[in-house]
Structure formats: structure tokens, C-alpha cells
Design a binder for this molecule. Structure first.
Ligand code: PLP
Length: 458
């Protein structure tokens, strides 16, 4: 078939066929009928993602390469951030973001074992895991019921002489009070890490300037796992405007090495064999000099190829998520659901790109019955991830030490109470507003949710 073609002609031929295949067999969709399953999230893509993926496969570079470079450029331009590092998951992005702040290159400001980081327990575990694995002390602060984000009136009480950073996610796309958190960090010389895994495309206005979330703090992180705002299958990104943090992030992502040559490149700086590092012999190959204890957290070029097609769709996705949120909210209000459910509200000064639609039952103790009814009517539901992370088995040993007053072995601290966190853990659930949702499905969800909550009440 390819004998009379150049390699480029053969590639174009294959890609054309792949596009045809995608149009014919994917996204064919059948009309929605009441009772059909309504998932909380799904990938939204077309032939562009699939042809990019196959293009990268035909090139067979596999590790990070030209698509990764293109993705990082496009992502940086879209967010308005200077340095982007693609990684293999959002959890890896958080691991890197946190550990970057422990680098000796940061001098006095580096986070050391035993230093404290202010965060919340109502969220996804891997926002907090890196702190515990390193031996830093997460300090948990309660959230507000309206936004399920940190209650900023409690920040001052959480501060101690060992506080070095604040690391928080924007819950389900709704930004935390960036204005108060940023001012608090600036006032006390603290690092701010924004876990932006659930909020890509959300905007926030601070001092008259509107920017994307993830770009206000020192470091932002994203996840490209399928339910998220963009997908690569698996994948993530870490971003910063700070060149030193970028250098540290790249070093830790790529085995801890000192050298900045990309995969397959040698001697970019022209000094591969003439440096003096640590107590190594002078001229030791710079490619194998390690300035940090790192990992290998890179993504493949196949993942980035999908990301390159997805990023072009981000604005459309964001618009659709906002529409879906507003439509579902109104449908619920029209059906009187507000009497039974606390509905989500956008944070002040924000335009969220909603990841999910969180609802808390006003009457406690009927969540299970409500969720069972919603699920059996075909609507997929989710909890706010861990609810209250401290109550999970992974915290058993630490919780026991904390309750026994053994602060050293506890390895965490609670500032004030976590009453709202516990209430969300007990009484809240969420449903999807992803771009593949239609008004018809949203209206049907509103009906099912309202009926289920009413049924559980009576
Ligand atoms: C807030 C938050 N942070 C981090 C992650 C981890 O991302 P990943 O699944 O790509 O590791 C998630 C996962 O969904 C998340 O919701």
C-alpha cells in the first residue's frame, strides 16, 4: 500500500483514515431517554485528539518530545504563566509542587521536616499526602458551607512560628478566597501552592486584574485524568512564574538531575565535562550529576499529543461548564430543591469553571437514602472525595497519637474545629456538569435529585 508513497504521504494517509474512523465509530451518541445513565464526567474529544495520538505513535519518540514542548507552550499561553512542566498525573504535580519548596536552593524559606503547611481536610488526599510523606505537618482548617473552601476567618489562628506555606485546592472549580489567602501569605512570607486540578479555566479578579486560577500562588498544579477539564488519559502539569522554582521542579521531575538537557539531548550548555559538583572528580559528566533527590514523573509524548488537541477546546469547555452549572441550579430552584438542599455559590470575585455541582442536604442523616435513590434513577453521584481526610484509615496511627496528645508522632494539627468539614462528609454529594451534558439531561437530573431528597425527607 505504501510502496509509491513518501513517509510523509503515508503518514497523512493513515491520519486521514484515523479521522474517518473516529467520526464513524466514536461520539456517535444515541438520543437521551429518561432512565438512561447520566455519568458525572466523561472525556469530550473528536478526531483531532485521535489523529494527534496516532501521529505521535507513528513518530514513536514515546518519551516527552515535540508534542510535550508544544503543549507546555500552549498551556502557558492559555493560563498566562511562564514555566510549565508536564507530568504523569495531578498527584505527581502536587508531589513536585510541594517538594520543590523543600529544596536547599531556597535557603531560609525552604520547608523543613516539622514545618507546618496550612490546608483543609475536605478534599482530595494527594493535596496533603506529599506533606506527610516528607515529614511536614499539615494544619487543617475548617471550610465554609457555601463554597466548601477554606474559611479564611480562621487563617490567623492556624498560624504558628513554624508555618511555611499554604497549599489548597479550589474545590470543584470554585476558587477559594484568593484575595484573603494571598494577602495572608504575603503578610507572613508564606509560599502559596494552588492545587488547580479541579479548576482549570476558572477566573478570579484580584486588585482589578482578572487571571486564571493556578497563577496567583507560587506554584499551580493540574490533573488531566479523564473526568477533569482537559484529559490526556493520565497526566498533569506543574506551573510557576518563578525561574528558580521552575529549575527545582524540572530537576525533581527528571530524577533529581542538575543538567537541563531534554530527553535525547547532550551538552546543551557546552560544559558537560568541565564542572565541579559536590565532591565529585572535576569534569564529572554533568548529565549524571544530581542536585536533588528526585523521581521520574514525566509524561509521554503520546499523552501530550492528546493534550495539544484538548487545550484548543478549553475555552469552549469552560463556557459549557458555566452554562451547565447555571442551568442545573435554576432547574433545582424552580423545583423547590432549595428547601432541602444547600446549593453551591460562586465565590466572590470569581467565574468558576465548575468541575462538579456540590449539594448538602439541609436535614442531616438522609444522604445515603437520597444518593441511593438518585443512583438507582440513573444519575452518577460522587462524594467530596475524602470528606474529612483525617477520618480515613490512612490516618489511624496518626489520629491515635494526636488524640493521646503525642504531637510529635501525630504529624498533623487541627486548628479550631472541623464541624463544616464533617457536615460535608456526612450530608453532601455532587453530580456532574461536564461539557458533554445536555440541558435535557440536566433537567432530568434536577427532577431526580429533587424527588429523591423529598422521598428521603418523608
Ligand atoms: C483536587 C485534586 N487534586 C489532585 C488530584 C489528583 O489528580 P490525579 O488523579 O491526576 O493524580 C485530584 C484528582 O482527581 C483532585 O481532585
Amino acid at each position: 500500500m505504501f510502496e509509491h508513497m513518501t513517509e510523509e504521504e503515508a503518514r497523512q494517509h493513515i491520519l486521514k483514515e484515523v479521522g474517518e474512523y473516529c467520526r464513524q465509530f466514536h461520539n456517535t451518541g444515541k438520543p437521551f431517554r429518561k432512565g438512561d445513565r447520566i455519568p458525572y464526567a466523561s472525556r469530550v474529544y473528536d478526531e483531532k485528539e485521535m489523529t494527534n495520538l496516532v501521529d505521535s505513535a507513528l513518530e514513536f519518540w514515546l518519551t516527552s518530545g515535540r508534542y510535550t514542548k508544544e503543549f507546555e507552550r500552549k498551556f502557558g499561553e492559555k493560563l498566562g504563566v511562564r514555566y510549565v512542566s508536564t507530568v504523569n498525573s495531578g498527584s505527581s504535580a502536587n508531589l513536585l509542587a510541594f517538594n520543590a519548596l523543600t529544596s536547599p536552593l531556597l535557603g531560609e524559606r525552604r520547608i523543613r521536616r516539622g514545618d507546618e503547611v496550612i490546608t483543609v481536610a475536605a478534599g482530595f488526599p494527594t493535596t496533603v499526602t506529599p506533606m506527610i510523606q516528607y515529614g511536614a505537618v499539615p494544619v487543617f482548617v475548617d471550610v465554609t458551607m457555601e463554597t466548601a473552601n477554606i474559611d479564611v476567618t480562621k487563617l490567623d489562628d492556624a498560624l504558628s512560628s513554624r508555618t511555611k506555606a499554604v497549599m489548597l485546592a479550589h474545590t470543584l472549580g470554585n476558587p477559594f478566597d484568593l484575595s484573603a489567602v494571598k494577602a495572608f501569605c504575603d503578610r507572613h512570607g508564606l509560599w502559596l501552592v494552588e492545587d488547580n486540578c479541579d479548576s482549570l479555566g476558572s477566573r478570579y479578579t484580584l486588585d482589578g486584574e482578572t487571571r486564571m486560577t493556578g497563577t496567583f500562588g507560587d506554584i499551580g498544579t493540574s490533573s488531566f485524568y479523564p473526568p477533569h477539564h482537559l484529559t490526556m488519559g493520565e497526566g498533569g502539569a506543574v506551573y510557576t512564574n518563578n525561574p528558580l522554582l521552575h529549575k527545582i521542579i524540572r530537576s525533581m521531575r527528571d530524577w533529581g538531575r542538575d543538567c537541563v538537557c531534554v530527553s535525547g539531548q547532550d551538552n546543551l550548555c557546552g560544559h558537560r565535562f568541565d564542572g565541579q559538583y559536590g565532591t565529585l572528580p572535576k569534569g564529572y559528566d554533568h548529565k549524571y550529576v544530581y542536585s536533588h533527590f528526585g523521581w521520574n514523573l514525566k509524561a509521554t509524548d503520546l499523552q501530550a499529543a492528546i493534550g495539544c488537541a484538548q487545550i484548543d477546546k478549553l475555552d469552549g469547555f469552560t463556557e459549557k461548564r458555566r452554562h451547565n452549572y447555571a442551568f442545573l441550579r435554576q432547574q433545582l430552584i424552580d423545583r423547590g430543591a432549595e428547601e432541602m438542599l444547600l446549593l453551591p455559590e460562586a465565590a466572590a470575585n470569581s467565574e468558576p469553571s465548575w468541575f462538579g455541582f456540590l449539594m448538602t442536604l439541609k436535614k442531616s442523616g438522609i444522604r445515603e437514602q437520597t444518593v441511593r435513590a438518585v443512583e438507582s434513577a440513573g444519575v452518577q453521584t460522587r462524594m467530596l472525595f475524602s470528606g474529612n481526610l483525617i477520618r480515613h484509615p490512612c490516618f489511624d496511627e496518626m489520629r491515635a497519637a494526636y488524640e493521646a496528645g503525642d504531637a510529635e508522632n501525630a504529624g498533623f494539627r487541627v486548628s479550631g474545629t472541623l464541624d463544616n468539614t464533617d457536615r460535608i462528609m456526612r450530608d453532601a454529594f455532587w453530580v456532574g456538569v461536564y461539557p458533554g451534558m445536555t440541558d435535557e439531561k440536566l433537567a432530568c437530573m434536577a427532577e431526580i435529585i429533587t424527588e429523591a431528597a423529598a422521598g428521603a425527607l418523608h
